[in-house]
Write a protein that binds this ligand. Structure first.
Ligand code: ZN
Length: 361
């Protein structure tokens, strides 16, 4: 059964794997870069793009709106195309184009608010949003100022949102310890502690992260859960499997290169973009689902993948024939694995079951 895009958008969805810095609106980036100065970007904007953007400021009303939207589409295509060429390019796109405009209180509040607005418009009814606070201190903000800005961005959110603090693989015990303290300080809003970034360069369940992660979980009385980006580019070793088991780490970000029987935060389009699978049809998500694994569907980020969550559902419908039943089960998996409170989960579960039951008939 082919589902309509508009119907998919209105389906309720729970998402547990998306990076804030990979989900900025392209138009917002252009507006922020204009203030910072396009010339300050370490990897240059195409000159025709800047001239079109500048020409749009001479227009007004709906003509300006249309012109700016067109430039934003061109800009998103430009950095997304660049990012898809290699993992190095993907990271360069984030470092040079995205992070420089996420360094002030106002920028972070705005970007967070806009992400929630877009998620709500896309049918998301609860989400966990992840970011690495330490990447937003280049403009002089402290880690707590960064957290305060993101928390302010969430203030009027109509949906429950929990934050995930990401430690990065190329960092060290000292940074992990600072981030652990930060997560505990903000444990009302931080639901999960993660390890992210380049798995090829620093593979495995890194010991310095694990020590801090286990501490955060215990000291938060288990309100803060753990997840780890793993098996995105390489299969797990026996030692890693044993570690995950021993420390009861029940969520894995991506996990496409292994048969690990745990909650999988899958992001199919992202894996195509970074070249981990050849095409959408080659992605193991359908096989994992049919094998009974705890599959969840996520974007990883909306900017470089050019997908909102409903686009991901649309692709699953067209590629693998997924319909409301599969989506309901994946949403229930995400909800169960999430860090929302018992009460929030109860209400969200009731909404999911009621709305999908009507669709399943
Ligand atoms: Zn990720």
């Amino acid at each position: 059964m082919k589902l309509k895009k508009s119907d998919i958008r209105s389906m309720p969805k729970v998402m547990i794997h998306e990076h804030l810095d990979c989900s900025v609106r392209p138009q917002t980036m252009l507006e922020l870069w204009e203030k910072v100065g396009f010339g300050k970007c370490a990897f240059p904007f195409p000159s025709d793009l800047i001239s079109k953007w500048q020409a749009s400021s001479k227009l007004s009303g709906s003509a300006q709106k249309r012109a700016r939207q067109a430039v934003a589409v061109q800009y998103q295509d430009y950095i997304a195309d660049f990012a898809t060429e290699s993992l190095a390019n993907y990271i360069k796109a984030i470092v040079d184009h995205i992070l420089p405009v996420m360094q002030t209180h106002e920028q972070l509040v705005r970007i967070t608010k806009e992400r929630i607005d877009d998620a709500v418009a896309d049918g998301i009814i609860a989400m966990e949003l992840r970011f690495a606070p330490q990447l937003h201190t280049m403009g002089g903000m402290t880690l707590t100022q960064v957290m305060d800005a993101v928390v302010e961005g969430l203030k009027d959110s109509p949906i429950p949102v929990k934050l995930i603090v990401c430690t990065l693989r190329h960092e060290n015990a000292e940074m992990a310890s600072k981030l652990a303290a930060l997560a505990l300080q903000y444990k009302d809003v931080v639901g999960v502690f993660d390890l992210a970034a380049d798995e090829e360069a620093n593979p495995g369940v890194l010991d310095w992260w694990l020590q801090e992660a286990v501490k955060v979980r215990e000291q938060s009385d288990y309100s803060i859960k753990l997840t780890i980006h793993l098996n995105e580019t390489r299969a797990a070793t026996d030692g890693e499997r044993d570690t995950l088991k021993k420390y009861r780490i029940k969520r894995i970000g991506h996990g496409i290169k292994d048969d690990w029987p745990t909650v999988l935060e899958l992001c199919p389009t992202s894996n195509v973009v970074t070249g981990q699978v050849k095409s959408y049809g080659d992605h193991p998500i359908n096989r994992f689902f049919n094998e009974g694994k705890k599959v969840t569907v996520n974007t990883d980020g909306t900017l470089l993948t050019k997908v909102q969550l409903s686009d991901e559902y649309y692709k699953l419908n067209r590629q693998f024939g997924w319909t409301a039943l599969q989506f309901l089960l994946c949403n229930l998996n995400a909800l169960e694995a999430s860090s929302f409170s018992f009460k929030q989960k109860q209400a969200l579960r009731a909404t999911l079951i009621a709305e999908y039951s009507a669709l399943i008939g």
